[in-house]
Design a protein around this ligand. Structure first.
Ligand code: NAD
Length: 329
């Protein structure tokens, strides 16, 4: 074997380990797969014989910052098993000429389906309804009146891979769609029959806002204390993109005041700290009764995971063959 790829945070990916270890493509490219249970970060860099890997394969929960990269002198390629790559310091990687690849598309429908799972859980009070029967053994419907999606307006922020599926699904529910994106796909908009409008207009018009933009300096706190007041009174916010796209303090204030009726969140601004065991962060938001939260789980289906592994294998093989693909910038 001429390359060694170490996969981090593989404790819960039993299927993945077997899949990667038996990959003929990796074997043919001379790549040995190794596994580390924990995430990769500056305090958790493999040492001794485990340090001899040239390829680091990480999930989005590994903060590959400048200090981590500096502590990995042998690493020549980083690949992330995610679409988002904001957990990797691309400047520090570039300074060492380390190419970075991601999985540009694997869960377009998967994540959009989850956004609607969060929305339907809120709109039809699924948590409360289930608890009524399971916890209280009561078969009553008082207080469980929800609202229809049909006829409501959904504002889709970011009409890329995932956002497009969200648009299609929304249309399937009979919703009116409006969208905001810095790039307009006019052919798709014409095909699906929705307008691109400004973010401010979207916030004012939408009964539901669903976020599908990447986390970038330009999307940091895209929804913030200045513009959250524009939201239609009682609207719902769904965020399956990245926590820091929404200013947490502004979100909490809007949920408290009733400006927002509820929020379905798969991502939190402080989720990395929470994952690391800090229970003090985002606590107020998580505890709110009109908020439903999941632990960055939107991508997590069997089908999506196999697509992630296949693309990651292709990324590693392409690097091993001297022509990396799916590079991020
Ligand atoms: P994509 O690159 O295909 O689409 C992103 C869209 O956002 C593009 O159309 C882009 O033009 C638009 N955009 C960029 N900057 C914007 C801005 N300032 N305002 C509005 N729109 C802007 O990405 P995708 O595959 O659709 O994924 C979107 C995001 O979803 C990812 O970046 C990732 O952070 C997140 N994601 C989350 C999970 C999860 O499990 N929760 C899984 C996969 C992806």
């Amino acid at each position: 074997m001429t390359h060694k790829a170490t996969f981090f945070n593989f404790d819960h990916w039993g299927l993945g380990k077997e899949y990667l270890q038996s990959s003929d493509k990796l074997k043919a490219a001379g790549v040995e797969a190794a596994f580390v249970e924990n995430v990769l970060n500056a305090n958790n860099v493999p040492t001794g014989p485990n340090a001899d890997f040239d390829i680091a394969a990480v999930f989005m929960d590994s903060p590959v910052d400048a200090a981590t990269i500096a502590a990995l002198p042998n690493v020549k390629f980083i690949t992330t098993l995610s679409t988002g790559f904001d957990h990797i310091d691309l400047v520090a990687a570039a300074a060492r000429a380390i190419p970075v690849s991601s999985v540009p598309a694997y869960g377009e429908n998967t994540v959009a389906e989850f956004a609607f799972a969060l929305l339907l859980a809120l709109s039809r009070k699924i948590r409360e309804a289930s608890a009524r029967v399971k916890d209280e053994m009561k078969f009553t419907t008082d207080g469980l009146c929800g609202f229809d999606l049909a006829g409501k307006t959904i504002g889709v922020v970011g009409t890329g891979h995932i956002g497009k599926h969200a648009v299609r699904m929304a249309k399937g529910f009979g919703m009116k769609v409006v969208a905001y994106d810095v790039i307009h796909d006019d052919a798709f908009a014409a095909e699906m029959g929705f307008p691109y409008i400004s973010l401010e207009e979207l916030l004012a018009q939408s009964d539901v806002v669903t976020i599908h933009a990447p986390y970038l300096p330009t999307t940091h706190h895209l929804i913030n204390a200045q513009n959250i007041g524009l939201v239609k009174k009682g609207a719902y916010l769904i965020n399956t993109a990245r926590g820091a796209i929404v200013e947490t303090a502004a979100l909490i204030a809007a949920l408290k005041s009733g400006q927002l009726g509820g929020a379905g969140l798969d991502v939190l601004e402080e989720e990395a700290a929470m994952k690391a065991g800090d229970v003090s962060v985002d606590r107020e938001l998580v505890a709110m009764s009109n908020v439903i939260v999941s632990p960055h789980n939107a991508f997590n289906t069997r089908e999506a995971f196999v697509r992630i592994l296949d693309t990651t294998i292709d990324n590693i093989v392409a690097y091993a063959n001297g022509a990396p693909i799916n590079l991020v910038k």
